[in-house]
Design a protein around this ligand. Structure first.
Ligand SMILES: [Zn+2]
Length: 102
């Protein structure tokens, strides 16, 4: 009877396992990236409240996203700061509170 398990075989089995693990890791990463991309495309310019299309509109010189169904207005990061300015202490405290929640 011939011993089929030679020391060399073990080396190659371990090498294959390492390559498989690496391949599996890369595939998982790619799957996650595609999932995020699909979710972004699915939700892009959709109202987070009702799911209808958002339309860009100019509001006091700032482009905001307005829902075509419920009328909700959505700001990109920094747009609310620009719109409201920084005069009022109330606005300052409100913004500080909102920033804490991020
Ligand atoms: Zn809406």
């Amino acid at each position: 009877m011939v011993d089929s398990k030679r020391p060399d075989d073990e080396y190659f089995v371990k090498l294959d396992q390492k390559k498989l693990q690496e391949l599996r890791r890369k595939l998982n990463e790619e799957r996650e990236r595609l999932k995020r991309q699909m979710e972004k495309e699915l939700h892009w310019m959709k109202c987070p409240k009702c799911g209808a299309d958002l339309q860009e509109e100019l509001l006091r010189g700032i482009v905001v996203d307005v829902c075509t169904s419920c009328g909700g207005i959505w700001f990109d990061k920094g747009e609310l700061d620009l719109l409201l300015g920084r005069e009022s202490a109330f606005v300052e405290s409100l913004m500080a509170m909102l920033r804490k929640k991020r």
